[in-house]
Design a binder for this molecule. Structure first.
Ligand SMILES: NC(=O)C1=CN([C@@H]2O[C@H](COP(=O)(O)OP(=O)(O)OC[C@H]3O[C@@H](n4cnc5c(N)ncnc54)[C@H](OP(=O)(O)O)[C@@H]3O)[C@@H](O)[C@H]2O)C=CC1
Ligand SMILES: CCCCCCCCCCCCCCCC(=O)[C@@H](N)CO
Length: 307
């Protein structure tokens, strides 16, 4: 019972840039009709043009809607209504609008915590809330949440970002239990660092510790991440991850997450102990990175004072 993308209506928030844009392209290539949701109209139009290059028939449409997904629920509800009037009921919603800001806890403004929670978490609640009733009624639907590897473990510098991405996991687990009997499937994606404009922005303020720890995993291409997310969403897999560290992290942090197949469940049972063992070594190396950076900073402070 995979979702058939040809002719389907896919809404992608954050679809004007990075991972979201690549998800839109991937779905368009498979015959879907697309609604892009983001704030900046120029970026939306630019992305629309780029996506339209990949059309497979002359009926396909890319609709652009400018709205802030985190501000006002009634606004978000309205634009979803508009999109449904033009392109029909939403078959798949991808919540990809989001942002990251890294910094030490005491260096981050309190407003940053509010902002990230509002964009990353509430910005996923609002569009989902706006599409879910119709999906349940039609007994068709996919809701995709884009969390992060930083939504599976807490890292130095990500006190504000990680918590907003962990929140998505709780929302997704609870929602999946509610909507599964209606044939609506929820997917949570946990991408690693991915080469996007958003990632470049994040790197401008990233503490050294965060950079060094993140370098444990390599930087992915957004096309590759998008392909995996679309594949998992079509299949109705609850979990979507990439690479061997992504696989280990998902297995290790499965907790009480819904299980998609018997194979997945068995793999989790068998690998859990081994992956926890590996994780202990990673945690040790992260701690030593943090300690080394601290000593380095202390040294250069002393040098500054004596100079
Ligand atoms: N790149 C990475 O390393 C990783 C990214 N992720 C997650 O993937 C998602 C996409 O990231 P990435 O592709 O790097 O991001 P980009 O910054 O490249 O793109 C973000 C998109 O979201 C839109 N957006 C941002 N804020 C809002 C808002 N308030 N309302 C509506 N639209 C908004 C932007 O458009 P506009 O600004 O015009 O509104 C843009 O289309 C994010 O949730 C991110 O946390 C997860 C793991 C790794
Ligand atoms: C058995 C256990 C294996 C453990 C491997 C752990 C590796 C941890 C690295 C975490 C990297 C964090 C990526 C955050 C990406 C992100 O969301 C931002 N770039 C957004 O802009």
């Amino acid at each position: 019972k995979p979702l058939a993308l040809p002719g389907a209506h896919v809404v992608v928030t954050g679809g004007s840039s990075g991972i979201g844009k690549c998800i839109a392209i991937e779905c368009y290539k498979q015959g879907a009709f697309i609604t892009l949701v983001a704030r900046n109209e120029d970026k939306l139009l630019q992305a629309k043009k780029e996506i339209e290059k990949h059309s497979i028939n002359d009926k396909q449409v890319v609709l652009c809607i400018s709205v802030d997904v985190s501000q006002d629920y009634s606004q978000v509800e309205n634009v979803i209504k508009q999109a449904q009037e033009k392109l029909g009921p939403v078959d798949m919603l991808v919540n990809c609008a989001g942002m990251s800001l890294a910094g030490k806890f005491e260096d981050l403004e309190v407003s940053t915590f509010e902002r990230l929670m509002s964009v990353n978490y509430l910005g996923s609640v609002y569009p989902s809330r706006a599409v879910i009733t119709t999906m349940k009624e039609r007994r068709v639907g996919r809701v995709v949440f884009v969390s992060s590897q930083a939504g599976q473990l807490g890292l130095f510098g990500f006190t504000a970002y990680s918590s907003s991405k962990f929140a998505i996991r709780g929302l997704a687990e609870a929602l999946q239990m509610e909507v599964k009997p209606y044939n609506v499937y929820v997917t949570v994606a946990y991408p690693p660092d991915t080469d996007t404009p958003g990632f470049a922005e994040e790197n401008k303020t990233k503490p050294l510790e965060t950079r060094l720890i993140s370098e444990t995993t390599s930087v992915c291409k957004p096309e590759q991440v998008a392909k995996q997310i679309v594949k998992d969403a079509i299949q109705g897999n609850f979990n979507s991850s990439i690479g061997s560290d992504g696989y280990m992290l998902s297995s290790l942090t499965c907790g009480m997450a819904p299980v998609t197949s018997i194979t997945e469940g068995l793999q989790q049972v068998v690998t859990m102990g081994l992956f926890r063992t590996i994780a202990l070594f990673y945690l040790g190396s992260f701690d030593s990175i943090v300690r080394r950076c601290m000593m380095q900073r202390a040294k250069s402070e002393i040098a500054d004072k004596t100079a």
